[in-house]
Design a protein around this ligand. Structure first.
Ligand SMILES: *Cc1c(COP(=O)(O)O)cnc(C)c1O
Length: 387
């Protein structure tokens, strides 16, 4: 039985062209990119080429690209680095950010950091007006994700940027779920900082980018060597960086065809699910206005009860279908997702949620198979539900 992988918001399969580009740097081209000799110079050239590719893809200049270990590090670096540079102790963010934003903010509480968590009901996005109302004299940073990783909602970053600009407040956006999938241009979005991760776009794990607009007040938050112009110490992950450069390049140049394919798949999946479960299924977030590659739904039975999401997941797994409930980082924990709870969802419904996250590698046949499997599983589960 072929596995159907529908957990691409957790991580993605590496693209063959990316792997090919990386292999020499895992084998014979092992020089330290900071070394002066020929082995170092060769890898340094490859790193700078990757930097240029990424800069070009997001409309930045190469000096504004800092390589990190991934989305989590980039988000930490922004939150901690802006507080360090500005001394301002208030952040505007939302209830549905990734934990890599929420947890660094919570950690900062012991040093007096305070945050306003914008409400996202009912569709999972904030408005520029909410941001305007939340900004105070003490606000140093607004941090709002571009695309939410659990429900696929899209924040109006460019409109938010206009408000931040007017108020003289820095703006960070976690674009881990949008770079390479939606147009992401730092000037069109108007951001001062953004975070990118390799493994969500068919690149390698453990590598990412922090974009810092030239001249933005920001200080490195970790001590170490003088790599990345003293902004991020640590020997450069050359194979990862080369792979990330290639992944961003491919995703950007092939975005149009990938988006068309994903729209076709999501239309098929959503209509299939609606037809199979007309009275049962509820879509979470904004399925009409969100991205086509993240679909989140629940199966509420009545006011108090829902189908058991964990059970759904396990049964799908038995049939070779990999999906997720909420984010991978919180699975294993029995709590309802903070994102679904923030949408105003009651706990049982939140706990019955299933997230289908698609990639360019998925097919129409897979969508049909998923709907059929889910129909069998749910019919079986309904029979064993107490009335
Ligand atoms: C996956 C993810 C991250 C974390 O990225 P890593 O590279 O895994 O550290 C951050 N933000 C969002 C929105 C994500 O989906």
């Amino acid at each position: 039985m072929q596995t159907v992988y529908l957990d691409n918001a957790a991580t993605t399969r590496i693209e063959t062209r990316v792997l090919q580009e990386m292999l020499p740097f895992l084998e014979s081209e092992y020089g330290n990119a900071s070394s002066i000799h020929q082995m170092g110079r060769a890898t340094n050239v490859a790193v700078e080429e990757a930097r240029e590719k990424i800069a070009r893809a997001i409309g930045a200049s190469p000096s504004e690209i800092i390589f990190t270990s991934g989305g989590t590090e980039s988000n930490n670096a922004v939150i901690k680095g802006v507080v360090k540079a500005t001394g301002k102790k208030h952040i505007v963010t939302s209830r549905i950010e990734h934990h890599a934003v929420l947890h660094p903010i919570q950690y900062g509480r012991k040093d007096g950091l305070r945050a306003t968590y914008l409400d996202v009901k009912p569709h999972g996005c904030v408005t520029a007006e909410q941001v305007r109302d939340a900004i105070t004299e003490e606000t140093g940073l607004v941090s709002l994700m571009h695309v939410n990783n659990e429900i696929g909602s899209i924040n109006p970053i460019a409109e938010i940027a206009a408000v931040c600009n007017e108020k003289g407040v820095l703006l960070h956006s976690d674009t881990v779920q949008s770079t390479g999938k939606l147009p992401v241009n730092v000037d069109e979005l108007g951001v001062d900082f953004l975070s990118i991760s390799g493994h969500k776009i068919h690149g390698p794990k453990g590598v990412g980018v922090l974009y810092v607009r030239d001249g933005s007040p920001w200080k490195s938050w970790m001590e170490g060597g003088s790599q990345e112009r003293r902004r991020r110490g640590g020997t450069l992950n050359v194979p990862g960086i080369v792979g990330l450069g290639k992944a961003v390049e491919i995703a950007t140049t092939e975005m149009e065809q990938n988006t068309a394919h994903l729209e076709e798949l999501s239309t098929l999946l959503v209509s299939g699910l609606k037809d199979a479960f007309p009275d049962l299924i509820a879509f979470n977030g904004c399925p009409d206005r969100g991205v086509p590659y993240i679909i989140n739904c629940s199966f509420p039975l009545d006011e108090e009860r829902s189908l058991d999401g964990e059970m759904l997941l396990l049964n799908l797994d038995i049939e070779g279908i990999c999906v997720s409930n909420g984010s991978a980082c919180t699975s294993g924990a029995v709590e309802a997702s903070h994102v679904l709870t923030a949408l105003g969802m009651v706990t049982p419904t939140a706990k019955s949620s299933v997230r289908f996250s698609l990639s360019k590698y998925n097919t129409k046949e897979e969508m049909t198979r998923v709907v059929a499997s889910l129909k069998n599983i749910i019919d079986r589960m309904m029979k064993s539900q107490p009335a």
